[in-house]
Each structure stands twice: as C-alpha cells, then as structure tokens.
Design a protein around this ligand. Structure first.
Ligand code: MG
Length: 159
C-alpha cells in the first residue's frame, strides 16, 4: 500500500463560476489560475503523485506550458490515473477537504465524487468529500481564495 497527501490554493478573481471536482459552480467570482483552477483535482493529483513517488503536479503539467492554459483539470487527473495503473496500483480510497467560506459545496458533493471516481476508475463510494469554512479567519475566511487538501491510499492491483 502507498499513502499520499496533497494541498492546493487558488485566489478568487474576475469571473462568474468556479470549478471544483470537475463541477462548474456558479459564483459571483472566478478563479485566478493558468488551468481551470480546480483545487480539488489539483490536491488529489498531488496526493496520488505523492503516493507514487512521482513528484508533484507542477512537474508533470508546468504552468509555463501553453498547452495547459485554461485546461480542464480532469485531463491532469486522468493522466495521473494512468501513471497509477502503470505502477500496478489502484485507488483504495480518497478523503478530500474543501476549505472555503463560499461557495458551499454540499449540493455538489455527489457530482464531484462521480467525476473523480470516473477518472480514477473506482466506485464513487471510495471518494469522500468534506467541506469546511475557516470561521472567517485568514485568507480563506476573508474570501480571498479557497483551498483543498486530499489524502489517498493506493493498493497493489492483484495480478
Ligand atoms: Mg492549483
């Protein structure tokens, strides 16, 4: 078994929606990012890459690469899943925390888990998504941005 963890932050900026776990959520602000700025997927990719001993998302998908401008982060997750399978590993489970004062994620949680599960090749029950505010403290509390952390366990695929 292999364990990994990841963390990601993005600032709010101009725009009318955010993308979290591959779900577009209407919001009066957007996300400042080279890609679509999906903190859930970025944290999850880093967790899986960490478990694989494969560095981090910035090494695999550099933000200096014009190919990734405005990229759908699910493309990153599918590539990370490919590396995982190539290493003979599968996702046992993932536990993700979204930290934001807003938008609230409760009603999007199931759709997010479905997206992540589809990209990682597991049932959605293996993916848990939690939401928390930071009680109005810090940059998240002031509504300047949002963050996500992810923990994963990978299991050897029986051969
Ligand atoms: Mg990021």
């Amino acid at each position: 078994m292999r364990i990994g963890q990841g963390f990601d932050v993005h600032a709010f900026g101009e725009g009318d929606h955010v993308v979290l776990g591959g779900v577009r959520i209407d919001y009066p602000r957007g996300i400042v990012a080279h890609s679509d700025g999906d903190v859930v997927i970025h944290a999850l990719c880093d967790a899986v890459l960490g478990a694989l001993g494969e560095g981090d998302i910035g090494q695999h998908f550099p933000d200096s690469d014009p190919r990734y401008r405005g990229a759908d982060s699910r493309v990153f997750l599918r590539e990370v899943a490919r590396l995982m399978r190539a290493a003979g590993l599968a996702l046992a489970n993932a536990d993700i925390t979204v930290m934001a004062e807003a938008p609230r994620i409760a009603k999007h949680r199931a759709a997010m888990a479905e997206n992540l599960a589809a990209d990682l090749g597991v049932p959605a029950q293996r993916i848990n998504i939690k939401g928390t505010t930071t009680e109005k403290l810090g940059f998240i509390g002031r509504g300047e941005g949002l963050a996500a952390s992810a923990a994963v366990l990978l299991d050897a695929v029986a051969s």
